[in-house]
Write a new protein. Sequence first.
Length: 270
Amino acid sequence: MADSLVVMVDSPPNLESSREKSHRQAKSMQDQRTTHLAEAENSPSNIQKAIAEFVGTYILIFAGCGAALVNEKLSITIVGIAIVAGLALTVAIYSVGHVSGGHFNPAVTIGLAVVRKIQLKLVPIYVLCQFMAATLASLTLKLLYHDEVDIGVTVTQFTSSTSYLEALVWESIITAILMLTICGVATDHRGSKDLAGAAIGISVLINVIIAGPITGASMNPARSLGPAIVSGVYKNIWVYLIGPTLGAVFASMLYTFLRVSKQAKPVDRT
């Protein structure tokens, strides 16, 4: 009786590898969809983001302008004011920055909007909340200090020896430094998110020490407009609205050029 002929047919190795790769890709896509859905469900609402921007900006302006008022009664010098401003921003970022992104500055919001790091519909909401918070913080200080110190000392002004162009350049440069720091540590996947608040606060501290005696080192249109509204002094206010905005937009566009668009992926050798 003839032996049965058994033919063993193996699956082509390339076909099996292709199936495994397709399976991994499908699983990866499913995991990504699940992650996106979870993030969407857990992400803050626009109202929560707006409130966070209001609270953070209030903390920043209340402390920063408060330090300027304290300096009138007890000289803490520009170094003391700089330390308070830097620490106040750090506190605000770590407190509510994870809710809204921690802008607390119309120039930062506009700069990030230009490079599409924030939804355009949030820009007017953020900017309005920032201006309102700065005004309320200044009004609070005025009411609490009564007539002991003139709230006008919190209004940012540049020295008489400084021209309009020089003041614009000063404010643009120091705001660009602030914005570059924000882009580097807070919006880039290569940055250290845990140290973002400290790094951004230090950049403000440095800028205030350097530019504070010249322009007041605003770096923030809300920081300048809030005290101006409460005191009724609008002299040269346009410098502090335009200068920081130009610096923030330039820095955000510059960092977009420096940014790596995607994270490097490991090479699949299967």
